[in-house]
Design a protein around this ligand. Structure first.
Ligand code: GAR
Length: 203
């Protein structure tokens, strides 16, 4: 696939970046429909940044602590993404709530992975809450981002059983393994759909 046909994509992280690593690995295939042009973190100390650099991917930091409010942080984020020619934004463990204005500007072109079977367990501490609720199945969801937190249309889900003796850590590990195969597949679907829409507009 020519580089032009691959959707220029940014991955946004806040931490260790294991989903980012899985996405970068998938995108190394020249036929993968998304091309990762930028890895951006809101935290200068995010472990994933050095992994991205090692993989030869341009990185950027937009440190939320340097901005007085969410609006100015989101404006800086938006400017950095546009400067890099990004058309698709992938949140991979990006732990900042985004303003409605930013989300609307990228709606349909921004996706997230969440460690639960949405609509169950929006928000944080999902594994702990799933265990407390006594559910038999847990998992992860890739969804479009809308202004309401973890409420956008589902793109794909993967399920895992909850096993006797599970702790939040063992359950998180089982879910994370699924995240690493689900997210690259879901991103490919979204990038292909965007590319087809782009072609349709040109005709
Ligand atoms: C992942 O489990 C992801 O689903 C979760 O954070 C972890 C990031 O891990 N995301 C959220 O909770 C978003 N609300 P990673 O940095 O190793 O990819």
């Amino acid at each position: 696939m020519s580089d032009d046909a691959r959707v220029p994509t940014a991955i946004l992280i806040s931490g260790r970046g294991s989903n980012m690593v899985a996405l970068l690995a998938a995108a190394r295939d020249p036929d993968y429909p998304a091309r990762i042009v930028l890895v951006l973190s809101n935290r200068p100390d995010a472990g994933g940044l050095s992994l991205a650099r090692e993989a030869g991917i341009p990185t950027a930091v937009v440190d939320h602590a340097a901005y007085p409010d969410r609006e100015s942080f989101d404006a800086a984020l938006d400017a950095r993404l546009r400067e890099a020619g990004v058309e698709l934004v992938v949140l991979a463990g990006f732990m900042r709530i985004l303003t409605e204005g930013f989300v609307r500007a990228w709606e349909g072109r921004m996706i997230n992975i969440h460690p639960s079977l949405l609509p169950a367990f929006r928000g944080t501490r999902t594994h702990e809450r799933a265990l407390a609720a006594g559910v038999a199945e847990h998992g992860c969801t890739v969804h479009h981002v809308v202004p309401e937190l973890d409420a956008g249309p589902t793109i794909a889900q993967a399920r895992v059983p909850v096993l006797p003796g599970d702790t939040p850590e063992t359950l998180a590990e089982r879910v994370l393994a699924e995240e690493h195969t689900l997210y690259p597949r879901a991103l490919a679907d979204v990038a292909l759909a965007l590319r087809d829409a782009r072609r349709g507009q040109r005709m």
